[in-house]
Design a protein. Structure first.
Length: 496
């Protein structure tokens, strides 16, 4: 076998290539990207190359295979499968050339990725045969459940076996990855209060999987969870009924540190970038969320207005300084919320979403209504975790529309209270979405006054200004549709 030293420049070329091509693909629909750690990885890889020169040719050959793989399959929504495939190629080529210690060092450095300011260790790094054997332990697999039904199993190397494929989480069907499933449901450690909560519980903010593992992946948005293969836990045991961490998660203040002796809290799977907290209420749960006065007002006003027109939205109300909503996922009847990310990744353009092959005619119309409402209310925050489908047995329906805090004036006040043609409106027009309802000035003013009286929130927009803004938005959306001026305002309710 020919040998040679892979230069820092050559290593840099490979790493730069990987960084450029993988960025945006190795994500599960959240904001953030790889930190610029290329120089550190160059240095670490140089050390490995110097330690074992006879593996350089293998590394060069595998790097070429990786480049070819990325080029050939770049357009596929491979997510974590991509990284697993890279690891498996490296494992096959390198294990014979490295002793156990060097292999562990090599894979450990390769699989460290800085993402959303957290260290993400991939499954191969956490399940190294060499590491497990030196500790005298056998690597463990993981069983995946929907309530008390075993639906899939991953062996110690992350290989998936379907047991009840119909009831497997969509993200697992799409990626065949346990890591993707975990990453999708872990809480956002960019939230200050979540980092503080984990410190109080003695959990490293970098060890995000460790926090999720403490609740077996439980989430209040579905009935999926996991445990080690052969475990004897049941849904009744892992389904959380209380939350001692609510106040810390929401406000950053703790009443009694002793409550954190039990680290089991639904906050470990409370996703999203805004400070929030789950509170038990009336046998179910309510979600409290922090926001500016404009964000609180926008969320309440938008959903009240849309509910008036018959749109299926989550109802929000004010409680002190927070906006609150009920959990709309009926876990008791095995209903699961599967975010759009699970089906299609990050592309939420109308032209992509409305062509999903599994959509029924009703699904498509509900999605069209969502896009219309977003355009009407200037809601640009409809990313791939801000809508999804409620699944139960063989049914799949669009969930009630949620997260409206950045619509209207939640992000900023417009320069003028007259709307101009923008990408949101253009997207609806290009998709030829028929208007589902017609707003009147009187309806807008009535909802405005009701919200002001109920909440007392002060915003820098009068009822007339809000009405002018929404009616100008509506006029643009109706511009290319032949809609009679006397169309009844309750047309949408009748059609449903």
């Amino acid at each position: 076998m020919a040998t040679g030293i892979l230069s820092s420049r050559e290593i840099g070329v490979v790493l730069d290539f990987l960084k450029e091509k993988v960025e945006g693909v190795l994500r599960i629909g959240v904001t953030g990207s790889y930190a610029d750690n290329t120089e550190t990885l160059k240095s670490d890889l140089d050390i490995v190359v110097d330690i074992r020169r006879d593996c350089v040719e293998e590394f060069r050959r595998v790097a070429d295979e990786v480049k070819s793989f990325l080029i050939d399959d770049f357009m596929l929504p491979v997510d974590f499968i991509l990284f697993h495939d890279i690891e498996r190629k490296l494992e096959k080529e390198m294990v014979c050339a490295c002793d156990k210690a060097e292999a562990e060092l090599y894979y450990g450095m390769l699989s460290k990725v800085v993402w959303r300011n957290c260290e993400v260790s991939t499954s191969l790094n956490s399940n190294l045969k060499w590491s497990a054997s030196t500790k005298g332990e056998l690597p463990m697999g993981t069983d995946l459940y929907r309530k008390n039904r075993l639906v899939a199993s991953f062996d110690a190397q992350g290989i998936l076996t379907f047991i009840d494929e119909k009831n497997v989480p969509q993200i697992v069907k799409r990626t065949r990855s346990l890591e993707a499933f975990k990453l999708q449901r872990e809480s956002d450690v960019t939230r200050t209060n979540m980092r503080y909560l984990r410190k109080l519980m003695g959990i490293s903010s970098r060890n995000t999987r460790g926090a999720l593992d403490k609740i077996n992946g439980f989430s209040l948005f579905d009935t999926f969870w996991y445990q080690d293969q052969g475990g004897d836990l049941t849904w009744g045991q892992i389904c959380l009924k209380k939350n001692d961490a609510f106040e810390v998660a929401l406000t950053g203040r703790e009443k009694d540190v002793s409550v954190f002796d039990d680290p089991r809290t639904p906050e470990h799977s409370n996703i999203g970038s805004y400070e929030k907290g789950w509170k038990p209420a009336n046998g179910s749960w309510q979600l409290y969320k922090v926001g500016t006065p404009e964000q609180l007002w926008s969320e309440i006003f938008a959903t009240r207005l849309l509910a008036l027109k018959g749109v299926n939205v989550v109802r929000y109300w004010l409680d002190g300084s927070w906006v609150v909503c009920d959990n709309f996922v009926d876990q008791a009847n095995d209903v699961c919320l599967e975010h759009y990310n699970s089906y299609g990744g990050q592309d939420t353009e109308e032209s992509t979403v409305l062509r999903l092959p599994f959509l029924s005619d009703k699904n498509k119309r509900d999605l069209e209504i969502m896009y219309y409402c977003d355009a009407l209310l200037m809601n640009f925050d409809r990313h791939d975790f801000n809508f999804g489908f409620l699944t139960q047995e063989d049914s799949c329906e669009l969930s009630p529309l949620f997260d409206w805090n950045l619509c209207l004036f939640g992000h900023k006040y417009p320069d003028s209270f007259t709307r101009s043609l923008d990408p949101l409106i253009r997207g609806v027009l290009d998709a030829k979405i028929e208007p589902p309802f017609i707003l009147t000035r009187e309806e807008i003013l009535d909802v405005y006054n009701a919200v002001q009286n109920e909440t007392g929130l002060v915003i820098n927009a009068s009822g007339e200004q809000v009405a002018r803004y929404l009616l100008s938005s509506q006029a643009l959306l109706l511009a290319k549709h032949e809609v009679a001026e006397n169309t009844p305002s309750n047309e949408f309710q009748k059609s449903r």
